[in-house]
Design a binder for this molecule. Structure first.
Ligand SMILES: [Zn+2]
Length: 105
């Protein structure tokens, strides 16, 4: 058998290295424990909590950390999770990157 070495294109490797400095939590978000916890949580909490507060019913697509991991939030503790739809999640992320301290309550 002639085993020709397959050429694997790994253009993403470079990208990852470049991102690595900044995105330590990226590794976390790709980790199995997180994916498992996320899936279990969204199954139990399928609706966006922000929309729900406003009397709307929207399917959640994102499990968000109430306290971001970067700010010391527990990464795998369900009490730090909340289900959000993409719109609310984007809004929240935008707020967080603009500056912290806007508490909803
Ligand atoms: Zn929402």
């Amino acid at each position: 058998m002639a085993n020709k070495p397959k050429k694997v294109v790994r253009s993403w490797v470079k990208e990852r290295v470049a991102f690595d400095r900044e995105l330590k939590d990226d590794k976390f978000y790709n980790s199995w424990p997180w994916r498992k916890a996320r899936k279990a949580f969204i199954n139990k909490n399928p609706l966006c909590v922000h929309c729900e507060e406003n009397g709307e019913v929207t399917a959640a697509t994102v499990v968000d950390h109430k306290i971001p991991i970067k700010q010391g939030g527990e990464p795998l503790n369900e009490s730090n999770f909340q289900s959000l739809c993409e719109k609310c999640h984007n809004k929240k992320s935008a707020n967080e990157s603009r500056g912290y301290g806007v508490k909803s309550r």
